[in-house]
Design a binder for this molecule. Structure first.
Ligand SMILES: C[S@@+](CC[C@H](N)C(=O)[O-])C[C@H]1O[C@@H](n2cnc3c(N)ncnc32)[C@H](O)[C@@H]1O
Length: 296
């Protein structure tokens, strides 16, 4: 199989442009509310944040003992490092979500927030997420929904050719997809997850409203509306809490990384690189970032 294309954020100023200068305090706050309600209150041991970017959401995982930030972009991880610092609590990993450098059953928690919409093969990423999680682990997934009110209205007014009600993804810009909520739930089931809760997010993502109403008011209103996601989903963003079922179970103690080239466990013997004793591939550790983008 040829590798699906990757939406590479290397060198991107996404965090500053989209979040800090992009007038998205409402969306950011609404996501914080959704995470607060969906994350298990008792927390956990080891959380994997897939497509962590510059670590915008990472401080919200405070109930987990350690967090692995995985992203394809080294520069996004550098920004995350600047924001969060270097400590044993955070592990920075540059790698591909389709082929993650971890042994089976390692994590008791995982999140994918604002990342699935870049995936040409979303089921493959969800299956890979299940592989690295242990049975009963909690997975929080955010996805962009094609069945949102604006798309429905545009379709009814014939301003948009694609139907918001059909299950296939819509690629509205290169490597940017909106998905149908029922299709995402079917993929989650196929990947080995059961859905426990759904919250709809960003009910009021309308330019005029955002200009007229303070963000904190919109966030409070969104918080009231989010639980309706259990019954219907008509927002542009949907959050799902799912639980990992079946195999794999938990990884044995003492193993963590696996070689992305040959898929076998990778011992940590040196501070500057990981050398695979099976296939010989060598992976750099630079300035606190494990680099699995390509072998040395
Ligand atoms: C829109 S940003 C979201 C960042 C962060 N989750 C947030 O919500 O602020 C998408 C991130 O997904 C990463 N990404 C895209 N494709 C990836 C892949 N195949 N493997 C790992 N990361 C990927 C990008 O590098 C980028 O940092």
């Amino acid at each position: 199989m040829t590798h699906p294309p990757i939406c590479d954020y290397e060198g991107s100023d996404y965090q500053q442009r989209f979040w800090e200068q992009g007038g998205r305090a409402y969306e950011d706050g609404a996501e914080a509310v959704a995470l607060r309600h969906l994350l298990p209150p008792q927390g956990g041991d080891l959380l994997l944040e897939i497509g962590a970017g510059a670590g915008r959401n990472t401080p919200r995982y405070r109930n987990y003992r350690r967090v692995v930030l995985l992203d394809y972009s080294r520069t996004q991880l550098r920004q995350a490092q600047e924001r969060l610092g270097r400590s044993d609590r955070y592990i920075y990993v540059a790698a591909d979500a389709y082929n993650m450098p971890f042994v089976d059953g390692l994590f008791d928690g995982a999140t994918i927030i604002r990342v699935l919409h870049h995936m040409a093969e979303p089921l493959a990423v969800l299956q890979e997420t299940r592989r690295v999680m242990r049975r009963e682990g909690i997975f929080i997934l955010e996805f962009a929904s094609k069945r949102n009110l604006k798309a429905i209205l545009r379709w009814l007014l014939r301003r948009q050719a694609w139907s918001p009600f059909t299950p296939e993804p819509v690629e509205f810009a290169p490597l940017n997809y909106d998905f149908h909520p029922r299709q995402v739930q079917a993929w989650l089931a196929e990947a080995g997850f059961t859905v426990e809760n759904i919250r709809t997010v960003s009910h009021f993502r309308i330019g005029l409203l955002k200009r007229l109403v303070p963000a904190r008011v919109l966030i409070a209103l969104d918080a009231l509306a989010q639980p309706t996601g259990r019954w219907w989903q008509l927002t542009p963003s949907v959050f799902v809490r799912a639980r990992a079922q079946g195999l794999p179970e938990a990884a044995p103690d003492g193993v963590f990384f696996r070689c992305p080239s040959c898929g076998r466990a990778l011992p940590e013997t040196r501070p500057d690189l990981l050398a695979c004793p099976h296939c010989g591939a060598r992976w750099a550790i630079r300035d606190g970032i494990y680099d699995f983008k390509e072998p040395m």
